[in-house]
Write a protein that binds this ligand. Sequence first.
Ligand SMILES: Nc1nc2c(ncn2[C@@H]2O[C@H](COP(=O)(O)OP(=O)(O)OP(=O)(O)O)[C@@H](O)[C@H]2O)c(=O)[nH]1
Ligand SMILES: [Mg+2]
Length: 472
Amino acid sequence: MLSGGLEDTICAIATPAGEGGIGIVRLSGARALPIAAAIVRLRSGRSLSSIASHTLHLADVRLPSSLKPPQAADAGLSNVFDQALVVYMKGPRSFTGEDIVEIQSHGGSLILSLVCRACLAAGARLATPGEFTKRAFLNGRLDLSQAEAVLDAIRAKSAASLTAAQRQLRGELAREVDVARDALLRLLAQLEAGIDFVGEEIELVGRQELLQTIDGVVALLQRLEATAREGRLLREGARVVITGRANVGKSSLLNRLLKEDRAIVTAVPGTTRDIIEEAIDLDGVMIHLVDTAGIRETDDPLEREGIKRSRSAQKEADLQLVVIDGTVPLNEDDRDLIDQAAAGKHVIAINKADLPLRVAPSVMRSGTTCVALSAKTGDGINRLRVAIRSQLVGGGAEATDGVLVTNVRHQAALDRAGESLAQAKDSVRAGMPNELVAVDIRGAADALGEITGVITTDEILEQIFSTFCIGK
Ligand SMILES: Nc1nc2c(ncn2[C@@H]2O[C@H](COP(=O)(O)OP(=O)(O)OP(=O)(O)O)[C@@H](O)[C@H]2O)c(=O)[nH]1
Ligand SMILES: [Mg+2]
C-alpha cells in the first residue's frame, strides 16, 4: 500500500524564495476550496465556492488575528492583508488530479509565509518536498518517469537537456518502455498458460518464438541504453579537458572559448599550475571546460603537482581537446598526448594558425578530427565548437530526435531488465522448464515497470520525491 496522506489538503509556497513581483501559495486536496475561502474574500462579493473551475479572481487576503502583526492591530489597520489573484482548478483536471487553489499574492517572503501559515491555521498541512508531483503520480496524472521529468525540466541548464526532459514529460520514454513490457507480459501469459498443461505435451510457445520475442525486446532496451551516455552528458554537462604541451596556447584557447580572460596567459612555459574549470553553453549543450598545466619535464615541485593533476583530469574527460603548437613540428610529447587521447573522444586543435604552420592536419591519424585555429585572433573557433559538439552528441541530431535516457535510476532498471532477459535466454537454450524462464521474464517486466511506476514501493517514491523542493 502506498502511503501519501492523500486525505490531507496540502499547502506550500510554490515560487522560489526571495523577492518577486508575485508569489504563489498552492493548495491541493479535497478541502482546498474551503481552506482558501477562510482567508480570501473575492472582490466581486461572490463566494469562492461558487466560482467556475479554471477561472481567475481578484481577492483580498485576510489573516486570522493570531497571525496579524501586532503593529497592524495597533494602527487600527483593517484585517485586509494583501491583494491576490485566486485561481481554482477543480480535480481531476488539475496538476495533482485534486482540487487546487493557487493564491497569487505579492511576492515577498514574509507575505508568502504569512499566507501559507494562514492556510495551515485554516486546516491545511505543509506539503513535503515533491508532494504535489507525488500526488499527480499517485492519482494517475503522470507516470513516474514523467514525474521525474518535471524536476529535470526545472533543473535544465541547457536547451538540449530541456528538450530531453520535455520529451520524457510528454511520456515518450514511458511509451517505449511500455512497448517492451507489454511484449514481455504477453509472453509471460503464454508461458504461464503452457505451464498448466505440462505433462499434456502441449507447448504453446515454441522455443524459437520465445527467443525471437526476447531478442526483439533486448534490441529495444539496448537502443534505449545506448542513449543513456548522451543523456548523462546533457543532464550533467560534458567534461572537455584541454591538454597539450606547455606553452602551446591551452589557456588562451580556454579564454577564447569562454570569451573572457579567465586564465593567466604568458609567454613563459609552465604558466598554468592549477586546474581551471568553467562552464559554457556550446549551442545548447552544457560543457565543463577544464584547463590544465602543460605537460613537460620539470623540477619545479609546484608544476609537477599541476602536471599530476592534468593527468588525472585527462582520465575523467568525456572529450580531450589536445592543443598543438602548429608553428613547430610535432614532437614525441605531442604524439604521446594524441595517442593517449585517441582511446576516447578527442579533437585536435592546431593552434597559432595566424603564424605560418608547420603541422598539417593530414599528419594526424585517420578518423581524428583536426581543426587549425588561432586562439589569438579567434579564427577557426567556430569550427572547433562544431567539432566538439558533434563528437559529444553526434552532430546534434540525437539531442533533439528520439527519447533519451537521462536518469540513472532508469538506466539501472534497464540494466536489470537486460540481465534478466540474458538469463532467460540462457535458460531457454539450456532447455530449462518454462517456469524458470517465466521467473526471469517476470523479473525483466518488473524492472521495466519500475521506470514508469506501475511497479513501485514507498521506498522508491521516497527516494525520488525527496530530491524535489517543497512546493513542487
Ligand atoms: N601567435 C599566437 N600566439 C599564441 C596563440 N595562442 C597562444 N599564443 C601565445 O602562446 C603563449 C602561451 O600561451 P598560453 O595560453 O599561456 O599557453 P598554455 O598552453 O596555457 O601554457 P602553459 O599554461 O604554460 O602550459 C602566449 O605567449 C600566448 O600569447 C595563437 O593563436 N597565436
Ligand atoms: Mg596555461
